[in-house]
Design a protein around this ligand. Structure first.
Ligand code: IMP
Length: 430
C-alpha cells in the first residue's frame, strides 16, 4: 500500500510544503486530511512564490490530483480565491477535488473565533481567527453544514437557519454583536456553487481506487504534532488531528494504507500563538533574533512573528512515537550557519529537580520545566548550495547525525534553502 504521510513534528511551520512538493513528483494523489486555511504553505518554483492555504501543494504538477479530504474545514470563498490566484499564475486547477463531506466554515464561525479570543483576554489561545475551532466544534455537535449542502439550496437554507437561531442568540446576548443575516449568507455561499461544483467529489472512493491500483498517495498534514487536539499542548492547540493517525479519519483510509511517515523537523523550533515552549529563547536573545531574521519566521498567513527556540529532542522523540515516523526530513539547516555553537535539548529538569526524558503529561509540569542542553559546535560556512550530504561542513553533518540518534530513525532529506532545488536527498531515501 503506497501511502505516505508528511507530518510536522513541532508546532507547525516546519516547512512541510516543500517535501510534499518534492514527493508529489512520484504521487498520483496529494490529499489534505485536516485543518483549513489556518495553514499556510509557501512554495518557491523557478523564482515564483506560491502561498497556498487550502489547495494541496501537489497542484503544481500536472499529473497530480490534489484532494481536499473530508477532515478539512473549508471556507469556500477562500478556496475560490486560491483557485483563481493559481489560474492567474498559469496553474491548471481543474483537477482539484473537494470532499462533499468536508465541513464548511461559516461567517459565524469566524465571528465567534474573534469574539471568544477577545473574551479570553490574557488566556487567549492566539488562534488564526479563521473560524477553525468553532467549525470543528459544530461538526462534533452535529450542527455543521457540509460542502454537499451547497448542492441543495433548500437543505442549505434549512440547516443555516437552524444554526443561526442559536449562533445569533449567542452573538447578540453573550457577546453583544449584531445578528447575522441568513439571506445574505445564502446568497454569498450559493453564489460560489457554479465555481465549486465541478470540484466536489466522493474523495474517499477516489483515494481507495488509487491505493487499490497501486498508485502512490501522499497525505499532507497541516499544523503539526504539538498542535494536535488530543496529543498537543492542550488547550494551546488547533481543533483537528494533524498526527499521522488523523489521516485515517480525515481521508477515509485504514492504518494499513500507510507505509511511510515522514516527520518534518525544522533545525530549530518556532511557535506562533500562546502555549508552553520549553526551549523558547527569551525576547531579545541574540540567537533568537538571528533565527527569526535568517529564517524569516513570520506567519505566511497572519504575518505574526514566530517565537524562536533551540531544537527539542525530547519532543522530537515523542513525535516520532506518536506518528510512527519511519524517517525525518530536516528543514532550514542553512539558518543555523554562522552560529558558534548549536544547542539541542536532550532532557527536561522539573521545578523539583527531577529529570524528564519524556514529555511530562501534566501541563503544570510541562509549563515549568527547564531544558537540559547538549552543546554542539556550529559551522560558519554557508551551506545553501550543498547538493549532497558530503557538501555539508563536518559540524553540520554531525548535527544531522545527532538528531538521527536522538530520534532513533534515519534522516532522509535536509533542506538548505527556500527553493525546490535546495534539498539534499540522503542515499537511504530510496
Ligand atoms: P487555530 O488553528 O486558528 O484555531 O489556532 C490554534 C493554534 O494553532 C494557535 O496557536 C495558532 O497559532 C496555531 N496554528 C494554527 N495553524 C497553524 C499553522 O499552520 N502553523 C503554525 N501554527 C498554527
Amino acid at each position: 500500500m503506497p501511502g505516505t504521510v508528511i507530518v510536522g513534528t513541532q508546532w507547525g511551520d516546519e516547512g512541510k510544503g516543500r517535501f510534499t512538493d518534492y514527493l508529489a513528483k512520484e504521487s498520483s494523489l496529494v490529499v489534505r486530511y485536516q485543518g483549513g486555511h489556518n495553514a499556510g504553505h509557501t512554495l518557491v518554483v523557478d523564482g515564483v512564490v506560491f502561498a497556498l492555504q487550502l489547495v494541496p501543494s501537489g497542484v503544481l504538477y500536472e499529473h497530480v490530483t490534489p484532494v481536499i479530504g473530508n477532515g478539512v474545514v473549508v471556507d469556500p470563498a477562500v478556496l475560490v480565491e486560491e483557485l483563481d490566484m493559481l489560474e492567474h499564475k498559469g496553474v491548471d486547477t481543474s483537477r482539484v477535488l473537494l470532499s462533499g463531506n468536508a465541513h464548511l466554515i461559516m461567517p459565524y464561525h469566524q465571528e465567534l473565533d474573534r469574539v471568544t479570543e477577545r473574551f479570553l483576554g490574557k488566556n487567549r489561545l492566539g488562534t488564526t481567527k479563521r473560524g477553525i475551532g468553532p467549525a470543528y466544534a459544530d461538526k462534533a455537535l452535529r450542527v455543521g453544514l457540509r460542502v454537499q449542502d451547497l448542492l441543495d439550496p433548500k437543505i442549505f437554507r434549512e440547516k443555516l437557519e437552524l444554526a443561526l437561531r442559536e449562533k445569533n442568540g449567542v452573538l447578540a446576548k453573550v457577546y453583544n454583536r449584531l445578528p447575522l443575516d441568513a439571506d445574505e449568507i445564502v446568497e454569498r455561499y450559493l453564489g460560489l456553487v457554479p465555481r465549486l461544483e465541478p470540484h466536489i467529489a466522493d474523495t474517499v472512493h477516489l483515494v481507495h481506487e488509487a491505493l487499490d491500483a497501486g498508485q502512490h498517495v501522499l497525505f499532507e498534514g497541516a499544523q503539526a504534532t504539538y498542535l494536535d487536539l488530543d496529543h498537543g499542548t492542550y488547550p494551546f492547540v488547533t481543533s483537528s488531528n494533524p498526527i499521522a493517525g488523523g489521516v485515517c479519519t480525515g481521508a477515509g483510509v485504514g492504518p494499513r494504507a500507510i507505509d511511510r511517515v515522514i516527520g518534518v523537523v525544522k533545525a530549530y523550533v518556532t511557535r506562533v500563538g500562546s502555549g508552553p515552549f520549553p526551549t523558547e529563547l527569551p525576547e531579545g536573545d541574540p540567537v533568537g533574533e538571528v533565527l527569526v531574521a535568517r529564517g524569516n519566521e513570520f506567519g505566511t498567513n497572519t504575518g505574526r512573528r514566530r517565537r524562536p527556540g533551540w531544537l527539542d529532542a525530547v519532543m522530537l522523540r515523542h513525535a516520532v512515537a506518536l506518528n510512527t515516523c519511519s524517517e525525518l526530513a530536516i528543514t532550514k539547516l542553512d539558518v543555523l550557519s554562522g552560529l558558534d555553537e548549536v544547542k539541542v535539548c536532550v532532557a527536561y529538569e522539573g521545578e523539583d529537580g527531577a529529570r524528564y526524558e519524556h514529555v511530562p503529561y501534566h501541563q503544570s509540569v510541562l509549563h515549568k520545566v527547564r531544558p537540559v542542553y547538549e552543546t554542539l559546535p556550529g559551522w560558519h560556512r554557508e551551506i545553501d548550495d550543498a547538493a549532497q550530504l558530503g557538501d555539508l561542513p563536518l559540524e553540520a553533518r554531525n548535527y544531522v547525525r545527532f538528531l538521527e540518534d536522538a530520534a532513533g530513525v534515519p534522516v532522509t532529506f535536509v533542506s538548505v534553502g527556500p527553493s525546490r532545488e535546495q534539498t539534499v536527498v540522503l542515499p537511504r531515501a530510496a
